[in-house]
Design a protein around this ligand. Structure first.
Ligand SMILES: [Ca+2]
Length: 236
């Protein structure tokens, strides 16, 4: 009895393995791939995008929440700016005051990040009201520290000063703490596509007119040319 059972078992395992083999041997004819249409990367929605090497993001284009307010001023680009009116948040990010904006980059490239900001005359002098937390999701932000490019993996402090003349001032640099260092902020977009910029409030009464990203342009040129121009979208 035992022997017959064993033979059956062996026979069945041979059959099974044969049938597996035959399945392995059967290769379906390759499907002829359809000719690939060139991918249209242009987004369906109207998104902010670059023009002449500049990507302008007005403060008023951010999706505001928390204690950010939208205000009007003829001195502001687009006639508007945003101001943070909550408490200072110097050590951590209070995400209830995190604001975001989406934009479209048409091809891979490295951009420098600057802004036009203002410290209100009454509330702020010196170091007050002059900074935010900034982060590009996807860890595409870069600093230059100790002669090396440093990947920015979380929020960092971004700071600048305005003159006491009521004008929004061009500037903006990273104030890094680990290691302690100051650096310009750049962002390395790996390919064409939609990206997000996040800002989280740090200093009470800080005013943001607009963010200026630039590619392939001298910083002084950016300072002069970006003052009087506003946003471009993929629908323009
Ligand atoms: Ca503005």
């Amino acid at each position: 009895m035992k022997k017959r059972f064993l033979i059956l078992l062996v026979a069945s395992s041979i059959f099974t393995s044969c049938s597996n083999d035959s399945e392995d041997l059967f290769v379906p004819p390759a499907e002829i791939p359809a000719e690939e249409e060139p991918k249209d990367e242009t987004p369906d929605d109207c998104l902010l995008t670059t023009k002449d090497g500049l990507l302008i993001i007005e403060g008023e284009s951010f999706d505001l929440k928390g204690q950010w307010d939208l205000l009007s001023d003829t001195k502001a680009s687009g006639g508007k700016y945003i101001q943070y009116n909550g408490a200072n948040s110097y050590n951590t990010q209070n995400l209830s005051n995190e604001i975001t904006v989406k934009f479209y980059i048409p091809e891979a490239g490295g951009y420098r990040v600057k802004w036009f900001m203002r410290q209100p005359l009454e509330e702020a002098t010196g170091d007050l009201a002059n900074d935010v937390w900034i982060y590009f999701p996807g860890d595409i932000g870069r600093a230059w520290v100790n002669d090396e490019s440093m990947v920015l993996e979380h929020y960092e402090k971004f700071v600048s000063r305005s003159e006491k003349d009521g004008e929004f001032a061009f500037g903006g640099a990273l104030d890094l703490h680990d290691p302690k260092s100051s650096s310009w902020l750049t962002v390395s977009f790996p390919e064409a596509g939609e990206y997000t910029l996040k800002i989280c409030a740090r200093s009470s009464h800080f005013q943001l007119d607009k963010i200026v990203l630039s590619v392939g342009l001298d910083n002084e040129v950016v300072k002069e040319t970006s003052k009087d121009i506003t946003e471009t979208t993929t629908c323009d």
